[in-house]
Design a protein around this ligand. Structure first.
Ligand SMILES: O=C(CO)COP(=O)(O)O
Length: 123
């Protein structure tokens, strides 16, 4: 069982929910976290059990960054919107920076996320 965080910007939330439905059986074997709005969507639209943190712009990205820094989050699936300006751009950059710094498995699109999930031990 691996701890995984699922995060999507607004324009990518439909894609993440669809991806999570496709990979629901695999995701169920792991401990799941999400930022607030992403987590709410996943809780409403899948059968996954998810701990929802604060919404990204209100500190959710920072909470995930802290988990990474503390060695508590080895996998981050983060569907980033490359076409919209974000009020919390510094938080987004910080989260990505910490994921790189701590050698976190980081997926930013469906294909990479599928490969990451497939690489995790099932138990
Ligand atoms: O803003 C986010 C990531 O940067 C995601 O936050 P929400 O899931 O609360 O929309």
């Amino acid at each position: 069982m691996t701890t995984i965080a699922l995060v999507a910007h607004d324009q990518k939330k439909d894609a993440l929910v669809a991806w999570a439905k496709t990979h629901e059986a695999a995701l169920q074997r792991h401990t799941l976290y999400a930022t607030g709005t992403t987590g709410g969507r996943l809780q409403a639209e899948t059968n996954l059990t998810i701990t929802a943190l604060k919404s990204g712009p209100l500190g959710g990205d920072a909470q995930l960054g802290a988990m990474i820094a503390e060695g508590k989050l080895p996998v981050l699936i983060f569907f980033i919107d490359p076409l919209s300006a974000m009020p919390h751009d510094v938080d987004v950059k910080s989260l990505i920076r910490l994921a790189i710094l701590y050698d976190t498995l980081l997926a930013v699109n469906e294909e990479t996320a599928a490969a990451v999930i497939a690489s995790l031990p099932a138990t």
